[in-house]
Design a protein around this ligand. Sequence first.
Ligand SMILES: C[S@@+](CC[C@H](N)C(=O)[O-])C[C@H]1O[C@@H](n2cnc3c(N)ncnc32)[C@H](O)[C@@H]1O
Length: 253
Amino acid sequence: MMDRNADAPWSHFDPEVYVDLNYRTPLEVDLLIVRLMRDYFSGCFGAGVPGVPGAVRGVDVGAGANLYPGLSMLPWCEKIILLEYAQPNVEYLERQTAPAGYDGAWDAFWNELSEVPAYAAVEPRARFSEIVRVERANLLDLDGQRRWDIGTMFFVADSMSECPDEFLRGVRCFMDVLTEGAPFAAAFMKESVGYQVGEHRYPAYRVNEDRVRESLEPFTSELELHDLHHMVRPGHEGIILALGRRNSEIAAP
Ligand SMILES: C[S@@+](CC[C@H](N)C(=O)[O-])C[C@H]1O[C@@H](n2cnc3c(N)ncnc32)[C@H](O)[C@@H]1O
């Protein structure tokens, strides 16, 4: 029996344990991903006007306990929504967006971002609590009614179910929250067999570069894949980072 998304213990997801496992001590691969995203988004938006964002709205889907995708969109957006399904993660994100400012654990990621001028011009803590909001949502229910101009999805479509149909649906639902031409970044654990967070085990669908490419290509006008051979724990074979832009195709229902 394959574990479907609805079968996993999302209501028991422990964000503090997850941050300890993955982000509290910044890993080289995450810092590399942050630099690649920073440079890709900077290219998409041009040099930008530091401190004066346009009317761009951003979304991070399945944000969980990771702020760096949201931080990478910060200079370009007037508003960013973090969509997340697991209630403990929603509460974690609400604390991170409170006026007191996000945890110091995220400073290492901002440091990488702030090496380019458009990011350096932003005061990240104040801006993050000002423009970022959290909403509880199920990725698989997103049907293209609401769309955003830039989006990220990190370790979600591949890390929420063992079923191939739910992986493909997750990717399609993410693509369908993006407006035509929207830049996006999506990351996938390569060949993941699932993952442990504290007492609980969560499912994954095993992807490689070809599967990621096939899933994204129908929806993209520009697509670059980075096959990163870094291991962050046993039970996977690296990370695939996809950077691209949404095309104008409207997916079949
Ligand atoms: C491996 S974690 C990745 C979290 C974070 N984006 C990161 O980069 O570390 C998978 C995330 O997907 C979320 N998730 C699982 N099923 C979901 C669904 N149906 N809709 C939205 N989010 C979901 C989980 O709660 C969790 O936050």
